[in-house]
Ligand binder design. Structure first.
Ligand SMILES: [Fe+2]
Ligand SMILES: [Fe+2]
Length: 467
């Protein structure tokens, strides 16, 4: 098969993977509401030989059947398209939704694929008229209940150790990455009130190119941190984020910032910590009770399902972290900790403090059982809170004071003992989890292994849950 560009999106002979009308509608191949490939872009489009860049994937609501593909071009291009198939001969051509964003020339192209086959490798090719094609492949989540590995971290940015962590994620065979905010640092101020001098939105493209070697093959499931509140970029400051990421979109308030998905026996819930924080309160309470009620419904539904063992919740600001840079956030505790207790959330993953830290088992705001490095613990007894903020941004020194603090509703730093802390580390690292299905005794396992960007071991913990 040649790569000669052809005019406009077309389908060739329908393959066994031919999607439904809904898929075609979502991808903009056929007419219908919601197709946003703007006429302005088409009229301004120029022939550009530059290839697709910043390629990254994310799951839709159902990881078995949906995948969102995003890429960028250096400006508007003519007839951007994605070819897809279960062989490198493709067979299906789809037109993306193309959007621009402020203060960059780049245009971001999105195709939300649905009706895919579970456990199947798909090949894709991204191209436009006159452009060199960029190829990749991904595999949808399988139906089988086998073990799988995923990565979790936050606070990556563009840096040498960040690129090392991207490599680490590839080497470790993670099936997807859960990225808990402070993604690219295109806004260095991070409080949602930066002036233009603190913003360089071109950094987004550097970041997306940095992660492409992993994110073009496995989904990167992102959540917003305080650095995604880009002052001047939409009411919430999220317009830059929304232009560059397509996520399941099944959360509270219909935005991209909260969502849930299930992979195997693990349910994942993504929250917007900016809504609950007492620290940088620009977006505090914008979803409020709508978010909390959605969260409770999700938790109740997941806990009631027999095929789900573990619930993992990810957001940016820390419920529990001793690191004195940001320490713990009372807003997170006030809004969500009682829900995490009630529905026995197994693991909460945060970032924000640029370090690795992990708690003992927590209930009612107190450590209820020790969970030292290398231990086996049961999350039927309590929740493990993890700060995985070593994604690549400059780390904060790890010191264990007798007292740390939490930020209260008046923004005051209230001292408190650090007895909840089990493990801490200041090197750049990624947390990996191996999820295992229930054994003959009805016990499922989530094995945590935290690895530094230089490959050294940081932490291990065996997390078990019984029915
Ligand atoms: Fe950060
Ligand atoms: Fe942060």
């Amino acid at each position: 098969m040649t790569d000669s560009p052809h005019a406009g999106p077309t389908t060739t002979a329908p393959s066994r993977t031919a999607p439904s009308r809904r898929t075609l509608l979502k991808a903009g191949l056929i007419g219908g509401a919601g197709v946003v490939a703007g006429p302005m872009l088409w009229t301004q489009a120029a022939r550009s030989a530059a290839p697709a860049a910043g390629v990254h994937l994310s799951y839709g609501t159902n990881p078995l059947r949906q995948m969102n593909v995003t890429w960028s071009t250096a400006g508007s291009v003519q007839a951007p398209r994605l070819d897809l198939g279960v062989t490198p001969d493709y067979g299906l051509t789809l037109q993306p939704e193309s959007v621009s964003s402020i203060r960059v020339d780049s245009v971001y192209h999105h195709v939300d694929l649905s009706d895919l086959r579970p456990g199947t490798r798909y090949y894709y090719r991204l191209s436009h008229d006159g452009g060199t094609p960029t190829r990749g492949s991904f595999t949808t989540a399988p139906k089988s209940d086998g073990s799988f590995r995923f990565a979790a971290f936050g606070d990556m940015g563009v840096a040498e150790d960040a690129a090392r962590n991207v490599n680490l994620i590839r080497q470790q065979g993670a099936e997807f990455a859960f990225v808990v905010g402070d993604i690219a640092y295109a806004d260095t101020g991070g409080q949602g009130k930066s002036g233009e001098a603190q913003q360089d939105f071109g950094v987004w493209d550097e970041f997306l190119n940095q992660i492409q070697p992993s994110a073009n093959t496995i989904p990167w499931m992102t959540v917003v941190g305080n650095h995604e509140m880009e002052n001047g970029n939409g009411e919430l400051g999220y317009d830059g984020y929304r232009a560059r990421f397509h996520l399941p979109g099944n959360g509270a308030g219909g935005g991209q910032e909260t969502y849930s998905f299930v992979r195997g026996n693990v349910a994942f819930i993504a929250l917007d910590g900016n809504d609950a924080t007492y620290e940088y309160t620009r977006n505090a309470g914008y979803l409020g009770a709508t978010l909390d009620s959605w969260l409770e419904h999700r938790l109740a539904a997941f806990r009631a399902r027999d095929d789900i063992d573990f619930i993992l919740v990810g957001f940016h600001q820390c419920a529990y972290c001793t690191n004195i840079a940001h320490a713990s956030d009372g807003g997170i505790r006030d809004r969500w900790e009682a829900l995490f207790d009630r529905y026995q959330v197994d693991v909460v993953i945060n970032g924000h403090n640029h370090c690795y830290e992990r708690t003992h088992l927590m209930r009612g705001g107190k450590p209820v059982q020790e969970a030292p490095r290398g231990a086996t613990v049961s999350t039927n007894q309590g929740t493990i809170y993890i700060t995985a903020g070593g994604g690549g941004g400059s780390t904060y020194p790890d010191v264990l004071p007798v007292l740390s603090y939490y930020t209260d509703k008046n923004g005051l730093k209230v001292p408190e003992p650090t007895t909840y802390r089990a493990v801490g580390d200041a090197t750049h690292s990624v947390a990996f989890f191996d999820a295992h299905p229930r054994d003959a005794h009805g016990q499922a396992r989530l094995d945590l292994e935290v690895i530094a960007s230089d490959g050294s071991a940081v932490d291990t913990l065996t997390i078990a849950r019984s029915r």
